[in-house]
Design a protein around this ligand. Structure first.
Ligand code: ASP
Length: 434
C-alpha cells in the first residue's frame, strides 16, 4: 500500500467514498455523513485553496524574474492566449458536432420536459439572476476588472485570481527593471516562499485519498435521485463523449505531436490533478496540484507553469465551453427550436467568452450558460432541464479543463525551449534540487 502511486490511492479513496455514500443512502446514515465525514472534505478543499494565492504570488514572481527579459514574457503571453483560444474553439466545435449529430433533445418527451422544468425552476431562477448581473456590465468591464484597486482586497477572495496575477506580473516586471543588487533579496525571499508552498502541497496530498473519500461520500448522499439522471442520459452521454474525445484523443495527440511525450507518461504525470479536479469540481482548488504535477512530473519549467497554469485555471475552460455548446443546443432541441448556422456560430463566440468569464469553481459554467442561451435566443428557463445532472457533468468537465491547462503548459514550454526531463521531488528532499 505504501508504494502505491498517488493516483491509485486517490482512486481507491474515490471508489470507497462513492460506495460508502451509496451504503449511507441505503441504511439511512445520511446525517452521519453530513455531520462527521463531509467536514473533512471541506477542510481538504480549503487547505488547497489556502495555498493557491501564496503559490501564485511566489511562483509567478520567481518565474518572471528568472526570465530576466520582458520581451520573453510577452512572447510567452501571446502564445499562451493563442493556444488557449485555439483549444477552446476546438472543444466547442466538437460539442456542437456531437449534439447536432445525436440530437439528444429531440427525443425528450413532453411530460419529462415539463416535470424537469417544474422541479428545477427555482434553482434555475437563481442562476439566471446571477447571470443577469454579469450581463449588465459594459463591454470593457472585463478589462476594468483586471486592475484591482487594492491588492490586499483582491487577494482576500480566491475569486479574483486574475487581479492577483495582474499585480504580480507588474511586480515581477518592476523587479526585473530595478538595480539587480536591490532586487536580489526580494527574489530570494519569494524563492524561499515558493519552496515552502511546494512542500506544503506535498504534505496536503498525503491527505488527498481521505479528502476525496469524504467529498464523494457527501456528494452521493446529497445528490438528487438517479431517476432524473436516466431521463437525461442521452444529453449526458453527448457531453461525456465530447469530453472523452478531448481528454482521450485531442490532448494526448497534441502533446505527442508537439512535445514527443507519450500518453502513458502524460497521464501518469497529470492523473492526481485530474482525479482531484473530478472530486472537487474546481480547477482553482486543483491548481496547486496541477502546477506541481506539470512541473515535476511532466518537466515543464517553473517559468512557464507559474505563468500559464494560473491564467489557464481562470480563463481556459475547454470542458466548460464544450458543455455549454451541447447544453444550449440540447435545450433548444427540447423546446422544438431549430438553430441555424449563424446562431450556432454565435454560440461558438459566446461560449468562448463565457468560458473565459466563468470562475473556476463548481457550477460556474452553468451561470455563464445563461448568457449563451440569451444570446442565441433560447429560453433561459430551459436551464432547469439540465439541472439534475449538472454536478456529475461539472466534475467531468473540470477534468477536461485541468487537462487542457496542462496540455497548453506543455506546448508553450516546448515552444519556448523550457521543457526538461521530469524531476520528481520527494517529500524529504531539500531544495533547490536544480
Ligand atoms: N467547475 C468548473 C471548473 O472549476 C467550472 C464549471 O464548468 O462550472 O473548472
Amino acid at each position: 500500500m505504501k508504494n502505491l502511486g498517488l493516483h491509485w490511492k486517490i482512486l481507491i479513496g474515490m471508489v470507497a467514498g462513492i460506495a460508502f455514500g451509496v451504503a449511507a443512502n441505503q441504511f439511512g446514515w445520511g446525517d452521519l455523513v453530513k455531520d462527521w465525514i463531509k467536514p473533512f472534505g471541506t477542510i481538504f478543499i480549503n487547505s488547497l485553496k489556502l495555498i493557491a494565492i501564496p503559490l501564485i504570488v511566489a511562483s509567478l514572481i520567481k518565474g518572471i524574474t528568472d526570465l530576466k527579459d520582458i520581451s520573453k514574457l510577452s512572447a510567452m503571453g501571446g502564445r499562451t492566449i493563442a493556444i488557449y483560444i485555439g483549444t477552446t474553439v476546438l472543444a466547442i466545435v466538437i460539442g456542437l458536432g456531437i449534439v447536432n449529430l445525436v440530437g439528444p433533445g429531440r427525443g425528450l418527451d413532453e411530460a419529462t420536459r415539463d416535470n424537469l422544468l417544474n422541479d428545477f425552476a427555482a434553482d434555475a431562477g437563481k442562476r439566471i439572476m446571477a447571470a443577469e448581473q454579469q450581463r449588465e456590465a459594459g463591454p470593457l468591464q472585463a478589462l476594468v476588472d483586471l486592475v484591482p484597486e487594492n491588492i490586499v482586497g483582491a487577494a482576500t477572495s480566491n475569486g479574483n485570481m486574475l487581479q492577483v496575477i495582474f499585480f504580480v506580473i507588474c511586480f515581477g516586471i518592476g523587479l526585473i527593471l530595478i538595480d539587480p543588487k536591490k532586487a536580489q533579496p526580494v527574489k530570494d525571499f519569494f524563492d524561499g516562499v515558493n519552496e515552502v508552498v511546494l512542500k506544503l502541497i506535498d504534505l496536503i496530498m498525503i491527505a488527498a485519498p481521505y479528502g476525496v473519500f469524504a467529498l464523494l461520500a457527501a456528494l452521493v448522499v446529497e445528490s438528487p435521485s438517479a431517476d432524473l439522471f436516466y431521463a437525461l442520459i442521452k444529453y449526458s452521454l453527448c457531453v461525456l463523449a465530447g469530453l472523452g474525445l478531448m481528454i482521450g484523443v485531442v490532448y494526448p495527440v497534441l502533446v505527442k505531436v508537439f512535445t514527443g511525450m507519450g500518453p502513458g507518461t502524460f497521464f501518469n504525470g497529470i492523473s492526481p490533478a485530474q482525479l482531484l479536479a473530478f472530486s472537487t469540481s474546481s480547477s482553482a482548488a486543483t491548481l496547486p496540484v496541477t502546477m506541481e504535477r506539470v512541473e515535476e512530473h511532466l518537466g515543464v519549467d517553473e517559468e512557464v507553469t507559474s505563468f500559464v497554469l494560473p491564467i489557464g485555471a481562470t480563463i481556459n475552460m475547454d470542458g466548460t465551453s464544450l458543455y455549454q455548446a451541447v447544453a444550449a443546443v440540447f435545450i433548444a432541441q427540447a423546446y422544438g427550436m431549430d438553430l441555424d448556422l449563424m446562431t450556432q456560430l454565435g454560440i461558438i463566440t459566446t461560449a468562448l467568452a463565457a468560458s473565459i468569464g466563468s470562475a473556476a469553481v463548481p457550477g460556474a459554467g452553468m451561470v455563464m450558460l445563461v448568457i449563451v442561451l440569451g444570446q442565441a435566443g433560447i429560453p433561459e428557463a430551459g436551464l432547469a432541464l439540465i439541472f439534475a445532472v449538472d454536478r456529475p457533468l461539472d466534475m467531468c468537465r473540470t477534468v477536461a479543463n485541468v487537462t487542457g491547462d496542462a496540455t497548453v503548459a506543455m506546448l508553450v514550454g516546448k515552444s519556448v525551449g523550457k521543457l526538461n526531463e521530469p524531476h520528481e521531488r520527494k517529500l524529504d528532499d531539500h531544495y533547490p534540487a536544480k
